[in-house]
Design a protein around this ligand. Structure first.
Ligand code: UDP
Length: 330
């Protein structure tokens, strides 16, 4: 049985779907502060899924999961706050939840003898890129509390390995995009800050805001490496296999090796929707580096992972999911 913290959220729910489809038993632990019970209900149709509502800030909540479920083989840990701008305004929230919450999880794992974890880390641990594409040897110098909180957890996991034999794979995500290709689940944030859903949601009254057109890139807008959420879920399955096969603690980028500008994404969304999308050019958003592109060689070599979906697949699946989400909301 696999324990997935934050499994009612965007990336976590896509991993849960992938695990259930492979016949794995899954327990989701989620506070539902940002995750959605509707997503859990949808996932339950596809396999053996237990849901426990709890908060990692309460050690007893997470201890209770291990106490009752003696057959947890490994943990995949998504539960965290993940908004850069909010982390700058309210670092306390990020350090408490992302670091202290993880300490509680790790301590419960140690107590109950579970020593394998796959952790959602982020390209934000690299900070301002010193070269591109970014490989795993790039210095880790985060420029905001969100990135710091994730890097702290990476370091804690290294120390727990040396002292207690905890085996971790830290997956450093670039820009996750898209939805389940059958539109059963997808991205559901409130408020939404991510590029693709915001372009798709734009209306004449609420135009899409393009943040910054004066970057030193090919068309002046930021370049990002959009990695499909189903491909990302697959990488977590491979990381679990890697640990089950005796793999040592490791850290791996998940991206496509390729970048797209905000303008390219915008144009692709217009083509897929078949309409003109209302656009407002705005000043730069604070803290956005000009370009973030992953070198994903290590993921290919260590995990045998090959992304299957391109940007158009991400936009098409996100668009189909937006329609489903519209029905759920009404
Ligand atoms: N972006 C934008 N308008 C939006 C949301 C995002 O222009 O409504 C831009 C943002 O400035 C960045 C890129 O799209 O250059 C990707 O932003 P997102 O928030 O999706 O991911 P991030 O790179 O911050 O993790």
């Amino acid at each position: 049985m696999i324990l997935v913290t934050g499994g009612a959220g965007y990336v976590g729910s896509h991993l849960v779907m992938a695990l259930l489809e492979r016949g794995k038993d899954v327990i989701v632990f989620d506070s539902l502060e940002l995750g959605h019970i509707e997503i859990i209900e949808r996932l339950k149709k596809y396999g053996n899924l237990k849901f426990v509502q709890g908060n990692l800030m309460n050690l007893d909540d997470i201890r209770g999961v291990f106490l009752v479920n003696k057959n947890i083989e490994a943990v995949v840990h998504f539960a965290a706050y993940s908004q850069v701008a909010e982390s700058v305004k309210n670092p306390q929230k990020y350090y408490y939840n992302n670091v202290y919450g993880t300490l509680n999880l790790l301590n419960a794992m140690m107590e109950f003898g579970v020593n394998k974890i796959v952790f959602s880390s982020t390209a934000a641990t690299y900070g301002e890129p010193e070269y591109t594409p970014i490989d795993e040897n790039h210095p880790q110098k985060p420029i905001n509390p969100y990135g710091n909180s994730k890097l702290m957890v990476e370091k804690i996991m290294d120390d727990y390995d040396k002292a207690y034999g905890l085996k971790s794979v830290r997956l450093r995500y670039f820009n996750v995009a898209g939805a389940d290709s059958e539109a059963r689940i997808g991205e559901w944030h409130n408020p939404e800050t991510h590029l693709i859903p915001n372009v798709l949601k734009a209306t004449a009254d609420k135009k899409f805001k393009m943040f910054g057109t004066d970057y030193n890139t090919k068309d002046g807008t930021c370049v990002r490496d959009y990695i499909n959420v189903e491909d990302l879920a697959k990488a977590h399955i491979l990381a679990l296999d890697y640990l089950n096969n005796g793999g040592d603690t490791n850290y791996i980028n998940l991206g496509t090796n390729d970048g797209n500008t905000v303008k390219e994404v915008f144009t692709a969304c217009e083509e897929i929707k078949g309409v003109e999308i209302p656009l407002e050019v705005c000043p730069r958003r604070g803290g956005d580096p000009a370009s973030l592109v992953a070198d994903n060689k290590k993921a290919r070599e260590v995990l045998g992972w090959i992304p299957q979906h391109d940007l158009d697949d991400c936009i098409k699946s996100a668009y189909e999911w937006e329609k489903v989400l519209g029905q759920i909301m009404h």
